[in-house]
Structure formats: structure tokens, C-alpha cells
Design a protein around this ligand. Sequence first.
Ligand code: TMP
Ligand code: MG
Length: 286
Amino acid sequence: MIPELSNPSVCMRDPQRVQEILQSMVKAGSNTLQVISDFDMTLTRFAYNGKRCPTCHNILDNSQLITDDCKEQLKELLNTYYPIEIDSTRSVEEKLPLMVEWWTKAHELLVQQKIKKDMLALAVRESEAMLREGYQLFFDHLYEHSIPLLIFSAGIGDILEEVIRQANVFHPNVKVFSNYMDFDETGLLKAFKGELIHIYNKREGALLNTGHFQELRTRPNVLLMGDSLGDLTMADGVQDMENILKIGYLNDKVAERKQSYLDSYDIVLVEDETLEVPNAVLLYLT
Ligand code: TMP
Ligand code: MG
């Protein structure tokens, strides 16, 4: 039905079920559709020419805005906690407090760094952050068809917005739930605002934003995109959901994690650095 679903990167546990969901969604029409996507390593690339690409946090970690000493400490945190994030032998219950620990420690370090708001754009410009190939079509197509895109990220909202602004795709149909920085009157970072979003509390984050989902209640069909099993709960705030199609990027530790991704995502994209499949699905649905 969609030729791209035969791409070598595509794995599906139940292709028939995928076809059924797609058919129901086409029938309902694109004016009933909303897209909910994770940001880091879902809309952005995991690697380019064999080198890892940065997350929102990594953009700051690698920038001139923080001291070498702080860089060292953040790198240590990454080396400690990232392997836990992707460890398929540990349960979410076991990982959750450790992820809270990671985010809390990283944000504490960043707040000590006297980061200036007006330097963020430069840090992003000088970074190696890259949206996945096909991002322009993805963002522009959603905008042209007035389909709301919620970017739901445990990264840093200010950085994420700057990445999509610099790529000229921060259209009015895009809404962001993320961790936002709080600056003092002189423009120095003093804290992070609101409830912390980490990779395993997106459900709670969604439920705190019932107003947003209330506004979108005429759009009960959801295309969800993520790269972590924690991203699966991003749509938990959607009211009276009718259909959901879940596309998951499996970027790392493929052999160990493939089965769990196949069990939870309808379409799994293995080491696929492009938005080709989500774009093909969107074109089919609109
Ligand atoms: P996401 O929800 O947009 O994918 O963002 C979460 C990612 O951020 C997750 O994969 C871990 C990553 N991360 C860092 O790279 N450095 C950090 O210091 C922290 C706290 C998270
Ligand atoms: Mg992610």
C-alpha cells in the first residue's frame, strides 16, 4: 500500500494490523489527525558519517557556554547514565529513579554555569545537531495541511525551538512540551521551569497538559513517533482516541532491543536516519 514500508530498515510485528490502522485513519480524514513526536534521536539524527549527533543537552555540553570542568562532569554523567537508559536487561521501574538522578544532576550543573539566554542561538548554530533527512517535507507538509504537531521532549525546550527555528520549520502548527529554562532579569539561567520531564514520565507530562489535548479533541487519530520505550506514553492525554499508529526509531543496541520495540511500536525503523517512512505515511494519510 505504501511502498516505503518495504524499505530494508522497516520491521513490523503485524503488517496486517498496520494496514488496518492506516485504512481507518484514511477513512477518518486528515482533519482528524494529530502528530505527536519525540525530538532527540527521533526528529534529529542519531549519527552522521559514523559520528554520534548531539541531543539538546549535548548541544550545551559541547558549547562554549560552559567550562571545561563542567563539560567533564556532564560527560561523566552521560557515560554513567546513557548505558542505563538503553539497557534492555533493566526494567523501567529500576531505571526511573536513575533517570531522574541524571536529569537532576545535569540541570544542577547547567544552572551553575551562568548561561546567557542570548548565547543559545550561537551554541545551536555552531553545533552538529541535524534534523533527519526529509525534515523539510515533514514539517512543511504538516503545516500546509493544518495538522497539529506536538513535539514532546525530555530535552531542553529553548534549544529544541532554536534548532527548528534555524532550520526554518518552526511553523505555527508546532507546539512544544519540554523542559524550559528560566532566566533572571539580566538573562542568566537561574533554574528550569515547572515539572521536570525525563524519558519515563511523559505520561504525567501529557496529563498535566489536558488543555492542549482538549483543544485537539476533534482529532482522535494519532501518529506517534519516538525512539525510546518511554515515548510510547506521549499520547496518554489524547481524548477519546480512535486510532494510533506508532513509529519507533531503533537507533542503538539493535539486537538486544529489537523484540521489545517490535512488541510496542507498530512500525520499527532500524538504524534509519531519515524521515522517509513517516513522510510516506503522512502523504498517504493526507
Ligand atoms: P528526548 O525526549 O527529546 O528524546 O530527550 C531525551 C534525551 O536526552 C535522552 O535520550 C537522553 C538525553 N540526555 C542527554 O543527552 N544529556 C543529558 O544530560 C540528559 C539529562 C539527557
Ligand atoms: Mg528521544
